[in-house]
Design a protein around this ligand. Sequence first.
Ligand code: NAP
Length: 442
Amino acid sequence: MKAAKVDIIDRLPTPFGLVRSGVAPDHPETKIVVNQFSRVAGNERCSFFGNVSLGSHGVSLSELRQLYDVVVLAYGAESDRSLGVPGEDLGGVYSAREFVWWYNGHPDCKAMPIDLKSTDAAVVLGQGNVALDVARILLRPTAELAATDIADHALAALQESTIRKVYLVGRRGPAQAACTAKELREILGIKDLYVHIQESDLVKSQTDEMELENSRIRKRVFELFAKRAASHRSNAIKGQRELHFIFFRKPDRFLPSDSGLHVSGVRLEKTSLKENGESGRQVAVGTGQFDDLKCGMVLKSIGYKSVPVDGLPFDMHQGIVPNIRGRVVNGAPPEHAAVEHGLYVVGWLKRGPTGIIATNLYCAEETVESILEDEKKGLLISDSQKLGRQGLLQILENKGVNYVPFSGWQKIDSEEKLRGQLKGKPRDKITDWEELLRVANA
Ligand code: NAP
């Protein structure tokens, strides 16, 4: 495999996936990994084909498999889990992913009608790191965001935002919150923020104690909650922004406004925790007691979801491509696994939407090891001649797809940095599809 050539295909005209459209703008240190990605892309054996979607409009999976010895699917999780409760489609209810794409300048979410001026309260459902990201962006002083690469339209909307209260709602307790300590410490450290944590929620059961003993991360998170709960004042000062952690509540329904079109609140059901023998974790069960939380915006941050493409084995229940160490298999592993030769998977599409960038690096190494092993065993040799890049170019030409090469992205990159310099930010993202393509093709 020493002389392998690699073509990277992306639906967007820009590379770097979640690093560009998922990582929060106020986390520039996390984005440094693009330097490593750019070095790889700069290798003469690597090519980038942006603005090419996987499917009938771009190139289909079966076409790719005919063209290349190895196809690795790394397209992550571009959709959202849904709650399946009444009112989920009301105006003002968004998935956290959409909101994140909006403030990160993803061209699909530029025109989202995010209204931060008609309410003083937002509810975030879920208590993972994405929930903390969106809550932090809503609460952080905009002067601090102005120096980041946040999309211009989002900065303008946040500068005019009337949202003063953010409720972070978890169906389980502070011992089970899915966030990590660094991210929790960061949000608790926002300047001049009033934080409310109900001290009675911090009472631990024996099972909680055991869970905390078994997880250093959970223990540190719990200690941060406890420390903050013990130190906070009973009320916010007038005009101060507020963050309320609400534990042991699960969404029952979204309440409509008088017009019936917009969300005006969330009905929450109080929960208690029950041990689940099968999963070994405590699960939240409803108690039949309800309370309503008034708000004009809801961000559902309950996890991302991968979507299948034609011809790809897909486990709908787990939302992943069934695989053995990255080798795509048709049928549930291990008993019914028939390996799809030459087809591999990495990242969230392989494991589900959990883990940070480093987790994905290890995950990619595992898949690459599988590819190398298969090549050594001669499993990648096919009887037909694979046309590779030449064949891809032919398909794109036939379908009239105007692909963006890495040099096209470099033009976008330079233009964004130049525009950013004028505004005192690292880059001013181009958020419009047509403009991205125009700049790339200039
Ligand atoms: P996550 O960590 O899995 O958190 C999902 C949250 O949604 C949990 O609080 C979960 O509660 C809750 N939830 C799920 N289904 C629910 C339902 N039906 N009703 C109510 N609540 C529900 O997912 P994420 O926040 O989307 O993050 C994805 C991954 O990216 C994570 O590994 C995260 O650490 C990573 N990430 C890292 C950073 C960072 O390092 N700065 C930033 C963003 C994301 P339960 O625990 O009860 O299931």
